[in-house]
Design a protein around this ligand. Structure first.
Ligand code: KPL
Length: 298
């Protein structure tokens, strides 16, 4: 399969690198790391380290591919959609935080699959990505159900050794993922702890409250996400990714803009449509935005 990976951050590089072992992959990104990969290839560091040579380019338009895998930060999604409009791709799969698929779907005239990924990844140096946790990719049709396309993409991922499930209940899974991110990302970023630091204590309480509020909002939106399921999901991710630094913690440590608008901010915005108060998400969003303003990032 010819796969275009839009977004050469840690997750995009890891997944793109794994896919490159059996597929024709082009990594598209703006950073120094992309130039390095185009010259000397990519080292994937994990239990069995590998060296792969995906094509890598900073040119965003004019590509031809069977699938565009979008892994850019949520706030870069409109720009990615615009660039993809100037490419010839047959389908799109988003593996991003936040509800970005709708942005892609409204801009592009090709099927958009939804996906979640729990692989841990860290860019250790230009041209070098570390797999910090073997998780799973779950993908499927945005509105639920199955399709031959979703099955084909699932097979392409599995052929590359990526643990992948094709799921028929993506609407619920997307909300579950948002509940997990709403709980873990902002709290780890503000308290500067790894995900495992939320296993118990006051910060854990705050994370669980944010996830519970998100589950309530999900139910307003018609997704079947009981509080118990959201709680089990966040506990599972805290446990399985205990040693990971969340993407938002990494952003804060690197002095970069965070995805708070697409995570806690999105929960607040959706709750407002139902006149429902989500004080924990509101507070987390306000604190992260204040930090971003202080850093001159917004
Ligand atoms: O998606 C994540 C992130 O860091 O953005 C979690 C699931 C919290 C893993 O770290």
């Amino acid at each position: 399969m010819r796969i275009l990976v839009f977004g050469a951050g840690s997750l995009g590089t890891l997944v793109g690198g794994l896919l490159a072992s059996v597929h024709d992959v082009t990594l598209v990104g703006r950073n120094r790391h992309v130039s390095r990969v185009s010259k000397t290839g990519l080292d994937i560091v994990d239990a069995e380290s590998a060296h792969v040579s995906p094509a890598a380019t900073t040119t965003e338009t004019g590509h031809d591919a069977d699938l565009a895998l979008v892994t850019v930060k949520s706030f870069d999604t409109p720009a990615a959609a615009e660039a993809l409009e100037a490419c010839d791709v047959d389908a799109v799969l988003s593996l991003q935080n936040g509800m970005t698929e709708e942005v892609l779907e409204s801009a592009l005239d090709v099927p958009v699959l939804a996906g979640t990924a729990t692989y841990g990844a860290r860019l250790v140096a230009p041209g070098r990505v570390e797999c910090t946790g073997i998780g799973r990719v779950v993908l499927g049709v945005l509105d639920g159900g199955t399709s031959p396309l979703a099955e084909r993409v699932g097979k392409a991922f599995r052929d590359a050794g990526i643990r992948t499930l094709v799921a028929a209940d993506m609407p619920r899974r997307r909300w579950e993922k948002l509940a997990v991110n709403a709980g873990i990302n902002a709290v780890t970023a503000l308290s500067r702890v790894e995900n495992g630091g939320l296993a118990a204590g006051e910060a854990s309480e705050v994370a669980h409250r944010a996830a519970r509020e998100t589950a309530r909002v999900a139910r307003f939106e018609g997704a079947r996400l009981p509080n118990r399921v959201a709680r089990e999901a966040i506990d599972r991710v805290i446990d399985q990714t205990a040693a990971n630094r969340s993407s938002m913690l990494q952003d804060v440590e690197d002095g970069k803009r965070t995805e708070v608008d697409a995570i806690n901010g999105a929960v607040v915005d959706t709750a407002e449509q139902y006149d429902y108060e989500v004080p924990t998400n509101r507070t987390l969003a306000a604190l992260l935005r204040a930090w971003e303003r202080g850093e001159g990032l917004r």
